[in-house]
Design a protein around this ligand. Structure first.
Ligand SMILES: C[S@@+](CC[C@H](N)C(=O)[O-])C[C@H]1O[C@@H](n2cnc3c(N)ncnc32)[C@H](O)[C@@H]1O
Length: 212
């Protein structure tokens, strides 16, 4: 058996054992197309998933409409393969920086930027940020449904919120949405870890970060 088929065999064994993926697994196991199909299939998605999407879109529309939050730079952390979170924001910011741990996700977003057939042309407003690059201080940091997937415990979650707030200019805004009490979620046939968070824990982390 070649190395590639050995790796594939190990992966399907892991899937069959119900392995819980997390951390670095995002680089190899998080399949953008599976994620989009599972959570953003507008015609066939489940009611709950469509409701979460509607909830986020409505809130983002209010948040970034005229008179709301806007400015020069918005940084989206844990963008995933999606751009729905930036539809309202792209009217309110001069520059949008998208970031994600997984190169596969950034490549998926890149397809939109490169005007693949059928894709919306986001290029004037959006620049993909490669991991590790220096970013300017932002007027707004956006992070939807990402930190509870990236952080293994509450201390790490609090530190991550603090890091996001650290990216802001003085007086800047953090806009976030969290799937509360989510211990795991499926992306295609793969099960990913979720940090189960209570509303109060999220609020406390944001309040403490704002105080620093
Ligand atoms: C559930 S998806 C959310 C994607 C998108 N924000 C959305 O609203 O659908 C979680 C995302 O967090 C990213 N992620 C996981 N760990 C991360 C880390 N340490 N830093 C940045 N992004 C991370 C994953 O690659 C994945 O794209």
């Amino acid at each position: 058996m070649g190395n590639r088929s050995k790796r594939e065999a190990a992966r399907s064994a892991a899937r069959m054992e119900g392995k819980l993926y997390k951390g670095q697994d995002y680089k190899t196991e998080f399949q953008p197309q599976d994620y989009l199909k599972t959570f953003y299939a507008f015609d066939s998605g489940t009611v709950a998933e469509n409701e979460i999407l509607k909830f986020n879109l409505n809130n983002l529309f209010e948040t970034f409409s005229p008179g709301g939050i806007g400015g020069d730079i918005l940084i989206d952390v844990g963008t995933g393969p999606t751009i729905y979170q930036l539809i309202s924001a792209c009217e309110a910011f001069r520059e949008i920086i998208m970031s994600d741990y997984s190169e596969l996700n950034l490549r998926e977003v890149d397809k939109w930027l490169k005007k693949d057939p059928g894709a919306y042309d986001w290029s004037p407003a959006i620049r993909v940020w490669a991991r590790g690059r220096q970013v300017p201080a932002a007027d707004c940091v956006l992070s939807l449904l990402a930190l509870e997937c990236a952080c293994q415990d509450v201390d790490t979650y609090q530190a991550a919120i603090q890091n996001l707030v650290g990216l802001l200019k003085p007086g800047g805004h953090l806009v976030t949405s969290v799937a509360l009490r989510c211990r795991e979620y499926m992306v295609g046939s793969r099960k990913f870890f979720g940090l189960s968070l209570e509303k109060e824990t999220v609020e406390k982390a944001v309040q403490e970060a704002a105080r620093c």
